[in-house]
Design a protein around this ligand. Sequence first.
Ligand SMILES: Cc1ncc(COP(=O)(O)O)c(C=O)c1O
Length: 484
Amino acid sequence: MNFKEQESTPVFSALEAYAKEDITHFDVPGHKKRNSPELASAFGEKILKMDANSTPALDMLGNPTGVIAQSERLLADAFGADEAFMLVNGSTSGVQYMILTACRPSEKIIVPRNVHKSAINALIMSGAHPVFVAPEADLEYGITNGVKFENYKKAILENPDAKAVFVINPTYFGAASDLRSIVKLAHRHKMAVLVDEAHGGHFPFHPDLPVSAMEAGADMSAVSLHKTCGAFTQCSALLLNERHFRRSEVRAVINLFQTTSASYLLMSSIDIARSKLALRGDSIFGGLLPLLDESKRAINHTPGLSVLTREYIDGAGVYDYDETKIVVRVNELGLTGFEAYNLLKSDYNLQAELSDSYVVLCIASVGDDAATIARLTYAFSDISARFSGKRNPFTVPMDGILTKPKGVVNPRDAFYGNTRQVPIDSAAGEICADSIMIYPPGIPLAIPGEQLTREIIDYYKFYRAQGGIVVNDEENPGLIKILG
Ligand SMILES: Cc1ncc(COP(=O)(O)O)c(C=O)c1O
């Protein structure tokens, strides 16, 4: 990486200069940077002045040749990619662009079953045929992890016609699969490797973090710069190693969907976050990881609590582990993860990322320091002091996370098929035309084209009863869309 060049922020610098000019605007946005005291008082004059549309000075995201092209080159260099595309609709769009670039209708893609809904939606859009591989499940924590290499290997060998292999690096809970081996095998079989790195944007910036997709030789990766890297919400990057795909074909897919009015505030925040990570990521994460280590040791010595660390690495579903994820198991205290999540907010003013039956997930990032980590450690020790020995441990049947729904119809055909609504309770045996997701993390219980079973329906009801958020496309509660 060229460190000197990484100091520059071409989009942000051009925008700042443009905002200072005394221009009378006869272009959009319609607030004209002046005629909205409401926006100015809500967000500040500077934001209003910097909310600009594409102009020759500011370049154009759909076909960049100026400052955006320069920023994208710096982004690629920082992340060790041949090419990078700035995205303003999250890794949701990045995941979709990767799958739509790699797969035509009916072509096969090997996908972990615990993918984010953006991947399922991409299957619907592309008409690709998923070959699902099962992630490893941890019934003690009630979570799913990565997919062991042997499962990928079996799927690759049994489906030599597959076009691509999809990998999550890491899962929401921090588990990374054996990406290097998966890439090597997939490439030997002429398959592209697409990586959902929504939660792994920080990986290239410290050697004690799991290997990044680009470093492992994957073909494309979608990175949420807003999640762990410090850019504004919605900012992501699509990274490309030009082996299977050319820059122009990826660009063509992006331009099928991407707004023609991308926000310069968002793109500028990508510039600023990228420059900071490139120049100081190593020292930021070098400072953060020992703090997390200390905090996790303390939590692991706190009665009734346990937290995942690199000791969790098992060479299979957890081939490597991202220590910036703080997955705390609270059920021994007699609390559900949902209760702990609410307690953290109501009693300690801490906002966790998500909760599940047994665990609460907190995310550490470039935004943390000794003070924030100490507050979190204190909150967990206080929760333990308040609840330890007062309640029986909370346990529930965890078999639901092992459900392996049977795909009967291609997801796209099911989504666009003739459908009807039925009460979810009577839908066992029917073919689902809906997506039932636990949200967050947005992982599907059933997707269009899969056969609903009693087990899935019971898990859906159990999850809702516990306070988990389960969403489906059907807006009437208790109903579900099925085929036929
Ligand atoms: C595993 C995974 N992939 C993709 C996404 C989508 O990322 P974004 O929120 O940047 O659109 C998420 C969002 O939480 C996710 O958890």
